[in-house]
Design a protein. Structure first.
Length: 543
């Protein structure tokens, strides 16, 4: 018995995919402060580059921060310089993430076109995944890592047909991934490169060896220039980066990062990669029944297995670490489109329509109930008059455009081959467009450090130095950005001479401060950060 497949009258046009991708990428790239926690400290590293021009040592509020290589920070600094006259500095820097996500979509689409002739479907599979959107619009190194992995994946796919150019793409992807987040990306692509010859004769050939040779040549500058420059600057910092923040973090010996919980990724991936994983699973099932030994079917499955093995083997775990999973899943989902059963297609598309309606009701309803659509002024000049509704604004016009376009497009794509992925892409795009316009102010208040740092700056007495205890990287970065203040950690030789002490603590577990030595002059916290607070003390003997 043959599998009943969905039949459609036409394929989605390329221009519409590009339009959807632009509408998906743009919301949230500008218009808000650096958000806690990752974006705040990432911008702190960018801010140091802009202030000092140091391209070698990532530095946060005066202290070396060797967690990741500097590619994303250097790119963001370049964008900040180019667009600083038109946008706030942090918004200009954040455009770098949009740039890398656009490259990720491009190379993933090219890889799928090379393997299956389904490039547009693979792009839609990425855009439709629920877990990508919250992270793709933030200034974080994972966006550059994804671009490097996507280019490396395209290099594998192209190398089947053109081993030299494919090898150059693979090597460049390895280099970008390396300078984005260290050894993780090169490790994933390198292990995949070693496994492929063991599984299929296509990669047991002289051409494949030539492809790997080209990849090595292309990757070499990326792999050597910055590490050598870092080592020449400071062997100690080089060792801290290489051993503590690569091997030590992965193995758990450095004590860095959140520890992995039992079955963390098993609980996370089903919703994080929805609905792409469902189509990908069907594609892998069909490929396994027919011929998983076809190179086009085998490549993404091997890379997916390598990525999942790395995730579950690592000592620490976070949602953002799962982003690379989406690349091979997108390819598998794209390959599955021609063989998806009609009933599954109809069900998933219908679910996307329902999800779109819920997104519309939720965001517009939340905006209306919040009262932010009322102006702070009043009708005419009478202060007792009823507040005037501010129903017409730039944000409201953009939100209305997203809403009308989303409803129109969900109807227009109903007969297209890629409608199951395009439908969920519209859901995510609509939610992004509405939330990053109508609700952006509320979200920014909850995730920004601007208000608390400005309050602290106003209350801060004059002092030659400020010591800190327990102050995290995001807080130190934003204290320098908004208040122009750097602190010294407790234990620094000069910290004992400081007249001011800034403490970050859990409200439920307050730190004990000797009142005979220190007197509190200020207390505050980030809006929405109800478990953490900052307290500023002045030495009692200070004049």
């Amino acid at each position: 018995m043959t599998t009943r497949t969905a039949t459609f009258s036409e394929s989605i046009p390329t221009w519409l995919v590009i339009l959807l991708a632009a509408a998906w990428i743009l919301p949230g790239l500008v218009g808000h402060d650096p958000w806690k926690p990752d974006e705040a400290y990432s911008f702190g590293l960018v801010y140091h580059i802009l202030q000092t021009g140091d391209l070698v040592v990532p530095t946060l509020a005066g202290e070396p921060f060797m967690e990741k290589p500097p590619l994303l920070y250097l790119t963001a600094a370049l964008f900040a310089k180019i667009f600083s006259g038109m946008l706030p500095l942090h918004d200009s820097a954040r455009l770098a993430s949009g740039f890398y996500i656009a490259l990720t979509l491009l190379f993933t689409g090219l890889a799928a076109r090379e393997l299956y002739g389904q490039g547009r479907a693979a792009v839609l599979a990425l855009l439709a995944s629920l877990g990508l959107a919250p992270w793709a619009h933030l200034l974080i190194t994972d966006t550059a890592l994804l671009a490097g992995l996507a280019l490396g994946l395209y290099g594998f796919a192209l190398g089947i047909r053109n081993h030299t150019v494919g090898g150059l793409c693979l090597g460049t992807g390895i280099g970008i991934a390396f300078l984005s987040k260290g050894l993780l990306g090169p490790g994933l692509l390198g292990i995949t490169a070693l496994l492929l010859p063991l599984l299929h004769p296509t990669w047991r050939s002289r051409n494949y060896l030539m492809s790997l040779f080209a990849a090595g040549l292309a990757a070499l500058p990326w792999l050597l220039l910055w590490p050598i420059a870092l080592y020449l600057r400071s062997p100690e910092l080089f060792s801290a980066w290489l051993w503590d923040n690569n091997f030590g973090r992965f193995l758990g010996t450095s004590g860095l990062g959140p520890k992995q919980e039992t079955l963390f990724y098993l609980r996370t991936l089903p919703w994080f990669t929805w609905p792409t994983w469902l189509l990908a699973l069907w594609g892998m099932w069909i490929a396994g029944r027919q011929s998983l030994q076809q190179p086009a079917n085998l490549l993404p499955v091997v890379l997916l297995a390598v990525i999942i093995a790395a995730l579950v083997s690592a000592s620490d775990a976070r949602q953002v670490y799962a982003l690379p999973v989406m690349l091979p899943l997108a390819l598998c989902a794209a390959s599955a489109l021609p063989v998806v059963p009609r009933k599954l297609t109809v069900a998933l598309f219908g679910l996307s329509v329902a999800a779109m309606l819920l997104a519309l009701l939720f965001v517009w309803g939340t905006w209306w109930s919040s009262g932010t659509w009322l102006t702070p002024g009043f009708a005419g000049t009478d202060p007792t008059a009823t507040p005037m509704p501010r129903l017409v604004s730039i944000e409201g016009a953009i939100a209305a455009l997203y809403s009308i376009s989303g409803i129109s497009l969900i109807y227009a794509i109903r007969r297209m081959r890629e409608r199951v992925l395009a439908g969920w892409t519209l859901v995510v795009t609509l939610f992004l467009g509405l939330s990053m316009t109508l609700l952006l102010g509320t979200i920014d208040d909850q995730k920004s450090y601007r208000a608390v740092m400005n309050s602290l700056k106003t209350a801060m007495p004059a002092a030659s130095c400020i010591a800190n205890e327990g102050l995290g990287e995001p807080q130190r970065a934003m204290l320098e950005y908004y208040a122009g203040v750097r602190t010294l950690r407790q234990g620094h030789p000069l910290a004992t001479q400081c007249d001011l002490l800034l403490i970050q603590e859990n409200i439920a577990e307050p730190k004990q401060i000797d009142p005979a030595i220190w007197r509190m002059v200020w207390e505050g916290g980030r809006r929405g950060g109800d478990t953490q607070r900052l307290r500023l003390f002045r030495r009692a003997t200070a004049t």
